[in-house]
Design a protein around this ligand. Structure first.
Ligand code: NAD
Length: 293
């Protein structure tokens, strides 16, 4: 089975490495980033999205947002120009559910089956191969690629038709952003009240307030380490997709709107390229205190 991997950024690179380590034959391509380290590990370097598609039975894309996936798949020298009928395209990027449906329809016209399969877990779980993968699209195609997905994730769950993977991801992103905001507000209060934030973390992480978000982000906050991980500007992208999708369905999402404005303010303060744990910086600024060891 030949796998094509397009988009070798923070997430795509370690995911591709896990597939190479699992013994799959990979052809890789990124429009801007080098692929030399993957070639050293045994991957072949593709020359374009079209070229990768022509050499592959399954193509995985891991790109920033809807326009990038549209360009890579439907654009000039794109995947659908090179892919053979019967190819399975697995888009693992987090994009708008409506865009996934549009791209799927265009791919289907060329005999290509598309799944939308965004992930949760961030860079550490991409490296470990323990991502949570949520998949929409044709159930048979899902069963065919499930063993591949399981080399990148500890779970791959089929959640419905094309677009359902990204609807699930939007739900995930709302919960993650608001969880970081709640942790930030609470730890700023505790610190300003004179209690050591590390002690607060150790005291509450095993209780009901504990969460994967708390375990991943509080140590970063305590160290003042805001290196991404997951950039604030990518979270803005996801929440914009959540707001657009919600409003198209007449679903008010007041908490999402609120945290979106916090992220916009952080971007104005030049924290857009920081990890989203830097949400704490907004609350720190309001209270004039820093949550550090
Ligand atoms: P990234 O910006 O680090 O990587 C994206 C890569 O795509 C870049 O290397 C870029 O050069 C490449 N690219 C862009 N346009 C291209 C094109 N037309 N053809 C080929 N390559 C192209 O982003 P990332 O952090 O790896 O995130 C990728 C996706 O995964 C996003 O949708 C993001 O929301 C999602 N995601 C990220 C994380 C995280 O923690 N970083 C976690 C879960 C999901």
């Amino acid at each position: 089975m030949n796998i094509g991997f397009i988009g070798l950024g923070i997430m795509g690179r370690p995911m591709a490495k896990n597939l190479i380590n699992a013994g799959y034959a990979l052809t890789v391509y990124d429009k801007f980033a080098t692929v030399d380290d993957l070639v050293v590990l045994g991957a072949k370097a593709g020359t374009s999205n079209k070229d990768v598609a022509a050499r592959s039975d399954v193509i995985i894309t891991m790109l920033p947002n809807s326009p990038h996936v549209k360009e890579a798949v439907l654009g000039e020298n794109g995947v659908i120009e090179g892919a053979k009928p019967g190819t399975i395209l697995v888009d693992m990027s987090s994009i708008a559910p409506g865009a996934a449906q549009e791209i799927c329809a265009a791919a289907k016209a060329k005999g290509i089956v598309m799944l939308d399969a965004p992930v949760s877990g961030g860079e550490p779980k991409a490296i470990e191969g323990t991502l949570a993968i949520m998949v929409g699209g044709d159930a048979k195609a899902f069963e065919m690629v499930k063993p591949i997905l399981e080399k990148m994730g500890s779970s791959a769950v089929h959640v419905g038709d094309i677009g359902a993977g990204n609807v699930t991801k939007l739900a995930n992103q709302i919960i993650v952003a608001l969880n970081i905001a709640a942790v930030s507000e609470a730890f700023v209060l505790a610190t300003k009240a004179g209690v050591n934030p590390e002690a607060v973390f150790n005291a509450i992480k095993g209780g009901l307030a504990g969460s994967t978000v708390m375990n991943a982000k509080v140590p970063m906050i305590l160290d003042g380490n805001f290196k991404p991980g997951f950039r604030i500007e990518l979270h803005i992208k996801d929440l914009q997709n959540a707001l657009d999708t919600a409003h198209a369905l007449n679903v008010p999402v007041p908490l999402t709107a609120n945290i979106m404005e916090t992220l916009q303010a952080l971007k104005n303060d030049d924290f857009g390229a920081n990890d989203h744990s830097a949400i704490v910086r907004h609350y720190e600024k309001l209270a004039k205190v820093e949550v550090r060891k």
